[in-house]
Design a protein around this ligand. Structure first.
Ligand SMILES: [Zn+2]
Length: 307
């Protein structure tokens, strides 16, 4: 994700930085052209905190405003926008944004427009939700069109390709420090048809996307991966839980349920991200239609453990 200075047009400041999708690992791309206003930063942070709480708690705007103001240093209080204005913003946040919660997975109810791909087409997106029928919550999102592509894809019949995919998945169980070395090894045995998958995997889960500073330059750098190994590696968890479970995937389920139960990303944010991913695929499919090779389709399967 790329961030720009709020004073971009006002002060013509071209400062920017990148983070992963969880807003971690900030990487400064360009510095500000002006000095920082500490008062304003404190007030902005305070407002952001209130807005965030408005979307994830049931508290009303008055309470949120009072709590926020209470924590703010006395010197900054005068810089706060008028109470009525702030409260109206908080109210809108509640209305327009994600559903509240859930407090835990058993209370998660995906309904209305959240079972669709959202604006503008509202296609069917939620294919399966076992609700709370078993110990594990299984939620599957995919569009009918993409499933059709998946069914038509040759790779599913290629045994080495599927073995290779399992080896990629196996990285989650290695000691985290061994992941980069093992990835280098996998790149030496990669079947040709898995190149795009590897590129996607590497940029999303390991090293991040490669970007060139400009078209002429040979200097490359990487944006941080959206989900670096520290997020998905379950080596430790598996070892620690090893005595209690005979299911190796338990570690991953444990990790992903923690991820989803956190306010960032909430399940609603996750669904939004998957919808965005559809848009990215759209571009690739469009490219195939004008003669460029088709990129691999991704289906998203989320398995969460019930609390
Ligand atoms: Zn700036």
């Amino acid at each position: 994700m790329r961030w720009h200075c709020v004073k971009r047009s006002l002060l013509n400041c071209s400062a920017s930085l990148t983070t992963d999708l969880l807003k971690n690992n900030p990487l400064l791309i360009k510095n500000h052209s002006h000095s920082a206003d500490l008062n304003e930063i404190s007030v902005t942070k305070c407002l952001a905190e209130m807005k965030n709480k408005a979307t994830i708690t049931e508290k009303n705007p008055s309470t949120l405003f009072a709590e926020g103001i209470f924590q703010l240093n006395i010197n900054y209080k005068s810089r706060m926008p008028p109470e009525q204005l702030v409260k109206r913003t908080l109210q809108n946040k509640k209305k327009s944004n994600h559903p509240i919660g859930p407090a835990d997975l058993s209370q998660l109810n995906i309904s209305d427009e959240w079972i669709t791909t959202g604006e503008p087409n509202h296609e069917r997106f939620l294919l399966h939700d076992n609700n709370n029928e078993s110990n594990e919550r299984i939620i599957i999102f995919a569009t009918d069109e993409r499933l059709r592509y998946l069914a038509e894809a040759d790779e599913w019949e290629n045994e080495f390709f599927s073995t290779f995919c399992r080896m990629l998945g196996g990285l989650a169980f290695l000691p985290i420090n061994d992941v980069p070395r093992e990835l280098i090894y996998l790149k030496t045995i990669i079947p040709q048809e898995a190149n795009e998958l590897m590129e996607y995997f590497d940029s999303t889960y390991i090293e991040g996307k490669i970007i060139k500073n400009n078209a002429r330059s040979n200097v490359i750098r990487r944006t941080p991966a959206a989900f670096p190994p520290s997020v998905w590696n379950v080596h430790e968890v598996t070892l620690n839980d090893g005595q209690r479970t005979n299911n190796q995937t338990e570690g991953w389920n444990h990790r992903s349920s923690k991820l989803v139960n956190r306010s960032h990303p909430s399940i609603w944010l996750l669904i939004e991200k998957m919808r965005l991913e559809l848009g990215v695929d759209e571009v690739k499919i469009g490219q195939r239609d004008i003669g460029q090779p088709l990129a691999k389709k991704k289906k998203c399967i989320l398995v969460c453990k019930k609390n």
